[in-house]
Design a protein around this ligand. Structure first.
Ligand code: PRP
Length: 221
């Protein structure tokens, strides 16, 4: 790779997605040894040779950093992209972190969907839930925003149903709940700041092509 001048900055979603993303970047020759130290409290990591910087952020903050150009590129779940509704380009499906956004609840709650009943929906994703019920199902509902352990809500009587991520389905099963309807499939996506896309087009396009070659190849995760 030729010498680059400006740093290209990546915002990665802390946790499993960042780990997977770094493994993928490693396959196209982009490494960051500094970031592998589990005891490090550093927030930003640099690869001086490639003029690339990485930082780790909470999922919902990744689209914010990218929209404002504090990061050129982000890797974040589709759920967060839809929920946050930021002005960013979604450019590549990385194919990992696959799961589904679903309406879930006890079996009996299925009868409450699609009707005129005013039900309560607990979720960490109020915008996604609102769009689904109001625009796609034409059902008026009361949305209750929670921050985690959403499955609790129908069990303790806070809501009739929830809108939440289902991966293996074991959280639902272990709590006597089930998928009632699927809202949309999800996975990790690459997002890009629109100005960076113009200004750094060659560099970003090259990188996206290399990533695309890996994720669409036979060794796909
Ligand atoms: C997510 C999601 C479900 C669970 C689904 O929660 O909100 O609770 O994972 O996974 P499963 O289908 O494989 O059981 P997460 O663990 O991220 O924590 P949270 O409850 O705090 O949101």
């Amino acid at each position: 790779m030729e010498k680059e001048t400006r740093y290209l900055t990546f915002a990665l979603t802390k946790g499993r997605l960042a780990k997977k993303t770094l493994e993928l970047l490693e396959q196209i020759g982009i490494t960051c040894e500094e970031m592998k130290d589990p005891d490090s409290r550093k927030l930003i990591f640099v690869n001086e040779d490639l003029k690339i910087r990485f930082f780790l952020a909470k999922g919902p903050d990744v689209p914010t950093y990218v929209e404002y150009g504090a990061a050129d590129i982000g890797v974040v779940g589709k759920d967060t992209i839809v929920e946050e509704g930021r002005k960013i380009y979604e450019v590549l499906d990385l194919g990992f972190g696959k799961c589904r956004m679903c309406v879930c609840g006890p079996k009996e709650a299925k009868a409450l969907l699609g009707g005129q009943e005013l039900i309560r929906v607990a979720t960490k994703y109020p915008n996604i839930a609102k769009d689904y019920f109001y625009n796609q199902r034409n059902q008026t509902v009361e949305i209750i925003k929670l921050n985690g352990s959403i499955e609790l809500a129908p069990i303790v009587g806070l809501s009739e149903v929830i809108v939440d991520i289902v991966e293996t389905g074991s959280t639902l099963r272990e709590n006597g709940l089930e998928v009632l309807e699927e809202v949309c499939p999800l996975s990790a996506r690459v997002v890009v700041n629109p100005v960076s896309m113009r200004m750094e087009n060659e560099r970003i396009t090259r990188l996206l092509n290399e990533l695309n070659r890996i994720v669409s190849g036979p060794e796909k995760n």
